[in-house]
Ligand binder design. Structure first.
Ligand SMILES: O=P(O)(O)OC[C@H]1O[C@](O)(CO)[C@@H](O)[C@@H]1O
Length: 672
């Protein structure tokens, strides 16, 4: 006798998200507060086309320098740690990367973009290891943007002339796709959206006057608001400090990673407002952030960031923070700011509750490319970071990367190198190694930008391609003591990207910790040494060099990688601007929580529940329930028991053949 008590009804649409509207704290009545559905999303994507003139500002470098006397000098100069004569013969040249023939995504694509450049073993021939040859390759391929002080060195990626020739038509198609995108084409066809993050730093590029004004107006209002907060013109109602001193940013994914990266990279040591982040639904993590604020909660500006306005983790963070405000007898609405799409549930909540301010997220800016929108700019401005400089850096980089000459286009060079290194199918991982502590979060930021953009099951023609490039990294030289051992000698499943910062310290602060050598020289030496050591063992690398970590250079680097991702997506014929895969996990999480409520209802009604793994069922008295969910029911009970919300009276979680469960102290009626 088996009877299924529960039926499951998954959300009707993938975009459904829980409501941001907090429910009244009523412990008597059932309130279906937790997962009411997001019903309103703004999707309006008119297609406008206004061509704009292109301009280039990348400068060619001087190729005339003859390195031989210098190399001779270096070779004959003894370094303290180097023996004057090397008794061992030089090691035989190490064969460079043995490659599979290229397996392009395009092999399955019949459309125009589909013809992959067939990369033969000849094209993948072993590049020279002769230092003079390498120097010439370095000089030949070194990209420099003079005004930005940004260099890109791709000489340690082994692409050949033949590869370049074969890629050229594909590169030109990618440039054309980028031109169309910037003119306002529906570059995100699945969602019917324009892709306009490039307009944020050059509003004149926006496809119509309305969008241009929207961007400019928003930027002006961000600057004005930040000034008022910093000056104390807008102040918290009950703080002894008399002004806001802290920011608590609540958001996740693209609504957190950019602001986190920029705060770490650019916030001054004593910013006008310090920033903290809640970027998860981990209760302990949230408690920690709130505890760290302590009495400064009264002078904390809470910025809730969510494009959709319905992401569960962000909603939970908001509800937890609002509870902390209630407990501290503070009025949240006087300290809350929302950054979201107009008309979203978050927007409506903020409007109805009369929060301090609301800033728009535009339909045509994706979360992972939103750093130059209010998402990134407002928190940055509040920390005293020069956001107009950040935008200027990004605009300069964009402008330079509109050239259709691959060699003069840093974004194209990156995309082309990724294609070479990964065979155009993600065959290798991208290890990102910034040698600068303040750039620590760059790899995490890039992880989302690259992996959420490029990790796609289907190409634009509907072919299954399972594309992507795995990104990970932390910082140098720290990582040299963690995983460089494997990178140098272990499985060859990666290519490296070094991020080099030439300026070690502000002028006038440096000192020599041993004759002729500063602390920063060591960092420099570690980077250069690792680059050489990896290359000597057949490991390819790219090096991005900036003069200093400034708002301008950070803006430029973000723009560089945003466009490299866009170009690469075109090269492999995928939509870089949607994220259909993320929905599956969100939907499944919703189903787990729905099942938990049903388990609670059964427990509540029956007062006891027997879960029998042996028989694959949970039963109460003579009734059996959802046998197909037995494993998840067991996990729900184990989680509830660990949190004192259920009591396991008989049996044991470690051996869950048969356990008898009672409700814990809480009453289901009080919760739902
Ligand atoms: O800004 P939202 O809508 O809260 O979304 C947060 C993140 O969730 C995702 O939609 C999926 O992880 C990201 O693309 C996005 O950056």
């Amino acid at each position: 006798m088996t009877a299924t008590l529960f039926s499951f009804s998954p959300p009707a649409h993938k975009s459904q998200k829980p409501s941001f509207i907090a429910q009244p704290h009523n412990r008597q009545k059932r309130k279906p507060a937790a997962f009411s559905l997001l019903t309103s999303l703004m999707i309006s994507s008119p297609l406008y086309k206004t061509p704009r003139p292109l301009a280039f500002s990348a400068c060619p470098i001087d190729h005339g320098f003859d390195p031989r006397p210098l190399l001779h000098l270096l070779a004959t100069t003894s370094l303290s740690s180097r023996p004057k004569t090397d008794p061992k013969p030089p090691p035989p040249p190490i064969p460079f990367l043995r490659r599979r023939p290229l397996q392009s995504v395009a092999r399955e694509v019949s459309a125009d973009l589909s013809s992959p450049p067939p990369i033969t073993s000849k094209i993948k021939a072993v590049p020279s290891r002769d230092p003079i040859d390498l120097w010439h390759r370095y000089v030949e391929w070194l990209y420099q943007h003079k005004e930005l002080g940004l260099y890109l060195d791709v000489s340690r990626i082994g692409f050949s002339d033949e590869f370049l020739q074969q890629m050229e038509p594909r590169m030109q198609r990618a440039f054309e796709a980028m031109r169309e995108l910037e003119k306002g084409a529906i570059a995100n066809p699945d969602e019917g959206r324009m892709v306009g993050h490039y307009w944020l730093r050059n509003p004149k590029m926006a496809p119509n006057a309305f969008l241009m004004q929207q961007i400019e107006k928003t930027l002006d209002s961000i600057c004005a608001f930040a000034d008022k907060i910093i000056s104390g013109e807008i102040r918290p109602p009950s703080s002894p400090a008399g002004r806001f001193t802290q920011i608590l940013s609540v958001g996740i994914g693209g609504s957190a990673l950019g602001p986190q990266f920029v705060a770490e990279a650019l916030a001054p040591d004593n910013p006008p407002l310090k920033i903290r982040f809640i970027d998860n639904t981990d209760p302990a993590g949230i408690d920690h952030q709130i505890a760290q604020l302590g009495s400064e909660l009264a002078s904390t500006l809470v910025i809730v960031i969510s494009k959709s306005g319905g992401t569960p983790e962000t909603r939970n963070g908001l509800l937890e923070v609002q509870k902390a405000f209630r407990e501290a007898r503070l009025d949240f609405s006087k300290q809350g700011v929302a950054i979201t799409q107009e008309g979203s549930l978050l927007d409506n909540t903020a409007r109805i509750e009369g929060w301090v301010a609301r800033f728009p997220m535009f339909d045509w800016v994706g979360g992972r490319t939103s750093e130059m929108s209010a998402v990134g700019l407002l928190p940055a401005a509040l920390q005293g970071i020069d956001i107009r400089e950040m935008l200027a850096g990004a605009a300069l980089m964009d402008e330079a990367n509109r050239t259709p000459v691959v060699k003069n286009n840093a974004a194209a060079l990156l995309a082309m190198c990724w294609y070479w290194a990964t065979d155009g199918v993600g065959a290798k991982d991208m290890v990102v190694l910034p040698y600068k502590d303040s750039l620590l979060l760059f790899s995490r930021y890039l992880q989302q930008l690259v992996m959420e953009s490029l990790g796609k099951e289907f190409d634009l023609d509907g072919n299954r391609v399972n594309q992507g490039i795995t990104v990970y990294g932390n910082k140098g030289s720290t990582d040299q003591h963690a995983y460089i051992q494997q990178l140098r000698e272990g499985v060859l499943n990666f290519f490296a990207t070094f991020i080099e910062v030439l300026r070690d310290r502000p002028p006038g602060h440096d000192w020599e910790l041993e004759p002729g050598v500063t602390c920063g020289d060591y960092l420099f030496g570690m980077l250069q040494g690792t680059r050489s050591a990896l290359y000597a063992n057949g490991r390819e690398s790219i090096t991005v060099t900036i003069q200093e970590v400034t708002p301008r250079s950070v803006g430029a680097v973000i723009a560089l990688y945003e466009r490299a991702v866009g170009i690469y997506a075109s090269l492999v014929n995928i939509n870089a601007y949607h994220q259909p895969g993320v929905e599956a996990g969100k939907k499944a999480a919703g189903e787990v929580l729905a099942l938990q409520k049903r388990v609670l209802a059964v427990l509540n009604a029956a007062r006891a529940l027997i879960v029998s793994m042996a028989h694959g069922m949970m039963h109460t008295g003579d009734r059996c329930h959802c046998p197909e969910e037995i494993e998840m029911i067991y996990k729900i009970i184990a989680h509830m028991a660990a949190n004192d919300r259920a009591v396991i009276a008989e049996g044991h979680c470690g051996s869950p053949r048969s356990i008898k469960v009672f409700l814990g102290e809480c009453n289901v009626d009080d919760l739902y």
